[in-house]
Write a protein that binds this ligand. Sequence first.
Ligand SMILES: C[S@@+](CC[C@H](N)C(=O)[O-])C[C@H]1O[C@@H](n2cnc3c(N)ncnc32)[C@H](O)[C@@H]1O
Length: 474
Amino acid sequence: MINTTEIFPSERQKLFDQLADKLETAYNLSRKVVSFQANKDEPIYRWFKYKEGFSSALVKYFLTEYSSKPGKIFDPFAGTGTNLFAAQELGWQSYGVELLPVGTFVMQTRQALNEIDIDKLRAVTKKLWADLSELTYYKNHINHISITKDAFPDETEEYLNKYLTYCSNIKDKHIETILRFAAFAVLEEISYTRKDGQYLRWDYRSKRDLLGKPFDKGKILTFEEALKSKLNQIIQDLSPSRTASLFEQFENSNIEKKPVKILEGSCLKELPKLDSDFFDFIITSPPYCNRYDYTRTYALELIFLGYDNDQVRNLRQSMLSCTVENKEKIESLRQFYVSISQGETFEKVVEVYNDSKAMTEVNAILDELKKLKKLNNSNIARMVKNYFLELCFVIYEMERITKSGGYCVMVNDNVRYGGEEIPVDLILSEFAENFGFNINKIFVLPKGKGNSSQQMGNYGRTEVRKCVYLWQKR
Ligand SMILES: C[S@@+](CC[C@H](N)C(=O)[O-])C[C@H]1O[C@@H](n2cnc3c(N)ncnc32)[C@H](O)[C@@H]1O
């Protein structure tokens, strides 16, 4: 067995020592505040749980703590738009990019809420079941892809198809959006599947030939049970008395809500098109380097929105590299930068990446572990290399589009592969510093005993850090 730390003197330890005074355990930022769980009382987040999201409270905390007045805010990995809508409530002009139509659909629904006629929605849902049972045909239907085939009981699937047809006939576009959203939000509950990070787990009752220990997800709701309960929740939340408390902060203030601007696409291609020195604040959370595959866990939602096999595969490959299936994007990025006459920028970013000694060490160790077959999957080395390389481009662009003195807040977790900790916080902060950000703080989320300052100094022997970085443009 090799001792990799003997072969590779730890550049990560050196980087840690260099940045140690920036690390600060943030007792006011619990994991709950950082994660989507703190959103459970907010409309839309209550209706559709995007587990990868962070909380509105986190966004509002940073905006009120680090800025004196609203300005322009951006999120290159907007997800379901937590940042954009929380900032909007405080009077900010929000802009975001999101690749997955799952997130953009939730954001569009959220925008439709402002226009919704609640009495009309109530009236439509009242006669929905009668209307649906009268429907004897369906012209719209779910087109499965290989990873979703047989996900629903037959009766449920028939109902879903009728419902899609029914929705497509609704004249009021806002009502149609909210009705489609209600079904979208219950797909997991009515299926034989459960989202499980890297993939979907399948219940033993499905028609699929399943390997391994049988999995029982518990009660599987019928379409009618699930949809009725979701629509009731939505209508209740949108009813005037409830809205008053849910939107209290906003209702009580006279802040003008500026429309949120959403771009659907990859931030790797959208960021370079944005103006320099434009934003006052960026708050974002990229996918973590943890192999989670959003295109698999959200496959039911994607096919519900009409995406086919090729489109889902394309989305998977366009995502920031965070799964073992992601292929290199560097050549297409080079061509893209050259096509917009930014070939020099491309070279500069790659140079910053190559100059990071900690990054080089991580890549060398992972290559070695791969050779020794000590990684669970041989593509982990490629994934990690490209994860950082792509984020290096994102960080360069984020610095460029931020105004001098403006802030960038990033939520991310460190990871460990083959027993080796990869200090995502330190390496990304090193990139940021090289591009022109000051590293004000790396807030470390408290985790009980995991990270006393003494343990934090003991490189590699601790639990991996979950952090919120605070960078400020010089
Ligand atoms: C951790 S989640 C962000 C969640 C968000 N903060 C929220 O509260 O909903 C990361 C997001 O990045 C998106 N994403 C991944 N690759 C992307 C890319 N190349 N361009 C834009 N978005 C991307 C994913 O679809 C996912 O929604």
